[in-house]
Design a protein around this ligand. Structure first.
Ligand code: NAD
Ligand SMILES: O=C(O)C(=O)C[C@@H](O)[C@H](O)[C@H](O)COP(=O)(O)O
Ligand code: ZN
Length: 380
């Protein structure tokens, strides 16, 4: 399965760019788009819909300073804004936090014409999207990602959800946003480790669909994470284009969409086994090396392609090995992988490359020896 993309120009984002997700909604990518205030009601106000009297603005602690201007923009259009800061990172993706937000929606009489705006990283957009998906069986959500990972992946595509004691993202819903607003300027305050972690999902899009992403990173890894240069915007645009094309073709993950889960079977296992102390993007980086090793053992890819995974991820400063904490090991990871959403019955299913970049396949039912061999190969 190969997914191509339009050729984004080197002058990317001198003015905002729009990527359509099918004919359902747009992803706007630019600098300063949050503050620019489009004509009329302003960008966010237009997306929450003319009928919205109330908006629940859910934001991560790291972007509290951005919540005020967003609230003011909406309030200036006569919208009653309820602002809720949620716990940081994965602490936000719990049933308890969702419950609290449902309570707030109830207390403020939110109706089906009202909306949720989620401002933050992927954890916040997953939670905000889930609450919007479930309140009154679905109200509008506008996604405003402020991490690289949120921009290129989490805010686009309509996967929303929370974690449970049994594992990562096990409760959720497909709920497409009314729109996604990406303001690259918001990345200025993002801690560098979070910026780098987001590159894992960009690289993922390179391996599964867009080789130019890999070439850009390999040519100048430092430029890839330089907020002022032209490479990062091009990478964002390319990754969003890959995601938009895939989800437009297969929103509910009946087949093609599984390619976006490249590296995630092992990644989610690491996150759960390590009690969510690992960044998602860091875990995805190791997970891609893991599945590349698995694919090699199945005869699907050669040594050079496995090495390319380690090189491109390592050049960005992403981890390519994993040392389990004391008392944890392969059996815990295997148990977590069995609860992956791609599993069917007793059959573990992985997204793997088949012969080269952009050629994906399903690797089904690997032996325990293969699973353990790949684990040994990534163990730090
Ligand atoms: N729904 C999807 O399709 C999808 C796709 C990929 C990942 N995800 C989910 O996304 C989550 C990871 O997202 P993430 O990497 O964005 O992590 P995150 O949401 O935990 O954010 C990382 C950190 O950055 C802070 N932050 C956010 N924006 C900031 C800014 N501009 N300045 C300063 N600090 C800021 C946050 O408060 C947090 O501490 C995981 O839960 C993952 O499962 C979902
Ligand atoms: O959008 C998708 O589909 C993805 O798989 C993107 C992933 O990067 C993302 O982490 C997603 O949340 C994983 O989904 P899950 O279904 O494995 O929980
Ligand atoms: Zn992911």
């Amino acid at each position: 399965m190969t997914v191509g993309s339009e050729e984004p120009g080197a002058e990317a984002l001198a003015s905002p760019r729009t990527i359509a997700v099918g004919d359902v909604y747009d992803v706007v990518i630019g600098r300063g788009v949050l503050g620019s205030g489009a004509p009329g009601r302003g960008a966010i106000a237009r997306l929450v819909g003319e009928g919205a009297r109330r908006v629940l603005l859910v934001h991560a602690p790291g972007v509290a300073a951005l919540a005020g201007p967003v609230r003011d923009q909406l309030a200036a259009q006569g919208v009653d804004v309820v602002v809720e800061q949620v716990p940081d990172a994965e602490e936000a993706k719990t049933a308890a936090v969702a419950e609290r937000l449902w309570q707030v929606l109830g207390e403020h009489d939110f109706t089906r014409s009202d909306a949720v705006v989620a401002l933050g990283g992927g954890a916040t957009t997953d939670l905000g999207g889930f609450v919007a998906a479930t309140w009154l069986r679905g109200v509008r959500v506008v996604q405003v990602p402020t991490t690289l990972l949120g921009m290129v992946d989490a805010a686009v595509g309509g996967k929303t959800g929370i974690n449970t004691a049994a594992g990562k993202n096990l409760v959720g819903s497909f709920h497409e946003p009314a729109g996604v607003l990406i303001d690259l300027d918001t990345l200025r305050t993002l801690p560098r480790p979070d910026l780098v972690a987001g590159m894992a999902e960009v690289v993922k899009c390179g391996f599964i669909a867009d080789p130019r992403i890999l070439e850009l990173v390999e040519a100048d890894p430092a430029a890839a994470t330089d907020l002022e240069g032209p490479v990062l915007p091009e990478l964002v645009e390319r990754a969003v284009a890959v995601k938009a094309k895939v989800v437009a073709a297969d929103l509910k993950e009946s087949s093609l969409r599984e390619i976006l889960n490249y590296g995630h079977t092992f990644a989610h296992a690491i996150e759960q086994v390590e009690g969510y102390t690992w960044r998602h993007g860091d875990a995805v980086a190791v997970g891609m090396v893991y599945v590349a090793e698995l694919a090699r053992s199945a005869g699907l890819v050669d040594d050079a392609l496995v090495a390319r995974h380690r090189e491109v991820l390592g050049a960005l400063g992403l981890p390519t090995t994993y040392a389990p904490s004391a008392g944890r090991g392969f059996d815990d990871l295997l148990a977590a992988m069995r609860r992956d959403k791609k599993t069917r019955g007793a059959l573990l299913r992985f997204v793997a490359l088949d012969g080269g970049v952009g050629r994906t396949t399903r690797l089904e039912g690997p032996s325990e020896q293969q699973l353990r061999g790949a684990y040994d190969a990534v163990r730090g």
